[in-house]
Design a protein around this ligand. Structure first.
Ligand code: NAP
Length: 247
C-alpha cells in the first residue's frame, strides 16, 4: 500500500488496537503520533518499538474528551510537521450496565469519550487538511454500533453515532479532498475484551462464524487500507472486521 501523506495522529495508541495501528502505519513509512491518556510508559514503549524497527514516532499525551486539549494537540502536530495527513480516532472506553441501572452520567461519560472526542478530531483535522486539499480520517466504531448489545446502551449509542457522524463529515469534506471512513471491529482480543469472563467469551465465540476473536493487527491493516492511496475513491464507508459475526 502507498500513502501520499506523511504523518498520522492515532488516538489511544498506547495499548490494544491503537498501538497496533500505530505500528502498522509506521511500517508503511508514516511518522506516527502516539496518544495516551494515563499510560505514558506504555506509549513510550510503543514509540521505542517503532523506532527500533526503523520508523518515526512521537508521543503526545492528552484526554480526547477534553476539547481544548485535543485542539491544542492538533496544533502541536501541525506546528512540528507542517500539517496533518491522517487521523485515526481510536480512543474509546466502555462503562457497561443494564439500562435500568444506568445513570445519566454513566451514559454521557461514554458519549463524551467515544463520540464527542471523535467529533472534535474530525472537525479539527478538516480545518487543517482542507488547506492542502488532502487528508483521510478513520474512525474506529464497533459492531455494537450496528447491532446494539445488552448492557451497552451508552457504548452502542456512541458507536452508532460515530458511524452516522462519519458519513456526514464525508459529505461535508469530499470537495476538499478529505475522506472519512469507519471501521467496525467485532470482538478483538485486547484489554477491553479481557475484562469479559470465560463464559461470556465462549458465548460470543459461538456466534462468530470464523470461530475466534479477531486480533488487533487485523483491524490495523483494514484501517491502513482505508487511509491509503488504495482507497482514494472510498469515503463515507463502513468496513466491518468481525469474522462474519454481522454482515
Ligand atoms: P483498550 O485496550 O482499552 O485501549 C484503549 C486505548 O485508548 C488506550 O491506549 C487508552 O490509553 C486510550 N484512551 C482511553 N480513553 C482515552 C481518552 N479519554 N483520551 C486518550 N486516550 C484514551 O481498547 P481497545 O480494545 O484497543 O479498543 C480501541 C478502540 O476499538 C475503542 O474505540 C473501542 O471501542 C474499539 N473497539 C474495540 C473492540 C474490542 O473487541 N477490543 C471491538 C470493537 C471496537 P490509557 O491507557 O492511557 O488510558
Amino acid at each position: 500500500m502507498t500513502f501520499s501523506g506523511t504523518n498520522v495522529l492515532v488516538t489511544g495508541s498506547s495499548r490494544g488496537i491503537g498501538a497496533e495501528i500505530a505500528k502498522v502505519l509506521a511500517g508503511y513509512g508514516l511518522k506516527v503520533w502516539i496518544n495516551y491518556r494515563s499510560g505514558a510508559a506504555a506509549a513510550d514503549a510503543v514509540q521505542a518499538e517503532i523506532e527500533a524497527a526503523g520508523g518515526q514516532a512521537a508521543v503526545i499525551g492528552f484526554d480526547v474528551s477534553d476539547e481544548a486539549a485535543f485542539v491544542d494537540a492538533v496544533k502541536t502536530v501541525v506546528d512540528a510537521d507542517g500539517g496533518l495527513s491522517y487521523l485515526v480516532n481510536n480512543a474509546g472506553i466502555t462503562n457497561d450496565k443494564l439500562a435500568l441501572r444506568m445513570k445519566g452520567d454513566d451514559f454521557m461519560s461514554v458519549i463524551e469519550a467515544n463520540l464527542k472526542s471523535a467529533f472534535i478530531g474530525c472537525r479539527e483535522s478538516m480545518k487543517v487538511m482542507r488547506k492542502k486539499k488532502f487528508g483521510s480520517i478513520v474512525n474506529i466504531a464497533s459492531i455494537v454500533g450496528e447491532t446494539g448489545n445488552a448492557g451497552q446502551t451508552n457504548y452502542a449509542a456512541s458507536k452508532g453515532g460515530v458511524i452516522a457522524m462519519s458519513k456526514s463529515f464525508a459529505l461535508e469534506a469530499a470537495s476538499s479532498g478529505i475522506r472519512y471512513n469507519t471501521v467496525t471491529p467485532g470482538f478483538i482480543a485486547t484489554d477491553m475484551t479481557d475484562e469479559l469472563n470465560d463464559e461470556v467469551k465462549e458465548a460470543f465465540v459461538s456466534k462468530i462464524p470464523m470461530g475466534r476473536f479477531g486480533n488487533a493487527a487485523e483491524v490495523a491493516e483494514a484501517t491502513a487500507f482505508l487511509l491509503s492511496d488504495a482507497a482514494s475513491y472510498i469515503t463515507g464507508e463502513t468496513l466491518r472486521v468481525n469474522g462474519g459475526m454481522y454482515m
